[in-house]
Design a protein around this ligand. Structure first.
Ligand code: ADP
Ligand code: MG
Length: 335
């Protein structure tokens, strides 16, 4: 008999949520009642978001392990909280379970949740469990706290544009995954594929920015691609942007792979998506402080361009000296 049937809805929830310790927090009441209950800290702001991941749209069960899927499902939500300058505190997880999903798959998924909850001190505060006729899906709702909130609006002409980490790794990794270049793959391939399957939410970097006195004028996390997400800042702030090709931060693994496989890097770097790096702006007088803080934390940050007056246009200064306006719509879009 199907083990899910044997356990029943409540047995399954009990099994998934009670066997692992999802970070002990200050909850008044955790999983098991109609709601979880938390005290509210005065002065802090609450930042909340929700994200759905659907099999066949956001992930493929043939290229990801359940542990990786669990880690990524939470990491991308943590990235949203980081993008606001917040600290993630708790998540609620809804599962739409299709027929082919086994209990051991779910155990391994929750082991992935557990890794991220413990790594970032986030509590699993509850969720919902339903059946789904076709595709498996996961929804993660996340709640965080912020002392200062960074939004997409507020960038001013003359502000400098910065990005954490490196760009393009994830989308090149996805291409390699699809070509099944993961088996017996080189170290570089493995690195890129891991950047796709197991992105690092920039919670640490967001904390550095939030604690600093730097005047961060806008921020977003790069999920749809550098250019599309930069356009989001430009639209919300009613400004334009100019970025420089030769400043874009690339990992050595990415550069070597593009070179070896004769792959033009720019489409991945500009429009690849799922980098989950932070993209933010600040006036020039904050740059020294920013660089000092990131150096101290051994975290990577790179200036890639500046905000311009030209409303809602993003242009690229190419390495060959030419300049071009970039279209908005080449990043990821569901419809
Ligand atoms: P209700 O009938 O009120 O919707 P449920 O039976 O769905 O309550 O949930 C019971 C408890 O288990 C609640 O605390 C809920 O948040 C939690 N829960 C349900 N499904 C999950 C899940 N997939 N992961 C974590 N917690 C869950
Ligand atoms: Mg329910």
């Amino acid at each position: 008999m199907d083990k899910k049937k044997e356990l029943g809805e409540f047995g399954l929830i009990q099994r998934l949520t009670s066997r692992l310790k999802f970070h002990a927090s200050n909850s008044v009441l955790g999983i098991g009642d109609d709601c979880a209950v938390y005290p509210v800290k005065s002065g802090a702001k609450e930042v909340i978001s929700t994200d759905a991941l659907v099999e066949g749209v956001h992930f493929s069960l043939s290229t990801t392990t359940p542990e990786e899927l669990g880690r990524k499902a939470l990491s991308v939500s943590l990235s949203d909280i980081a993008a606001m300058g917040g600290t993630p505190k708790r998540v609620l997880v809804t599962l739409g379970i299709s027929k082919k999903i086994s209990v051991s798959f779910l155990d391994r998924l929750y082991a992935g949740f557990n890794t991220i909850c413990n790594r970032y001190k986030v509590e699993l505060a509850g969720g919902d469990t339903v059946s789904s006729p076709n595709s498996f899906f996961i929804n993660v709702a996340i709640i965080g706290e912020a002392k200062r909130v960074f939004t997409r609006q507020g960038a001013r002409p003359g502000d400098l544009i910065f990005v954490t980490g490196t760009l393009g790794d994830s989308s090149l990794g996805l291409k390699l995954l699809k070509k099944k270049k993961s088996t017996g793959a080189s170290k570089d391939y493995k690195f890129l594929i891991e950047r796709h399957l197991d992105p690092t939410p920039r919670v640490q970097e967001a904390g550095i920015l939030a604690r600093s006195r730097i005047n961060i004028t806008s921020m977003i996390d790069i999920s749809d691609g550098l250019i599309q997400d930069l356009y989001h800042i430009c639209k919300a702030s009613k400004v334009g942007a100019r970025i420089q090709e030769n400043r874009l931060p690339l990992s050595p693994e990415f550069s070597r792979t593009c070179h070896r496989d004769n792959t033009p890097p720019l489409p991945y770097v500009l429009n690849g998506g799922e980098d989950y790096e932070l993209l933010f702006t600040l006036p020039t007088d904050g740059v020294k402080n920013l660089k000092r803080q990131f150096l101290k934390a051994k975290a990577l940050v790179t200036q890639i361009g500046e905000i311009t007056l030209r409303p809602q246009k993003v242009s690229l200064d190419k390495s060959d000296g030419r300049s071009e306006v970039l279209p908005e719509s080449e990043g990821f879009n569901h419809f």
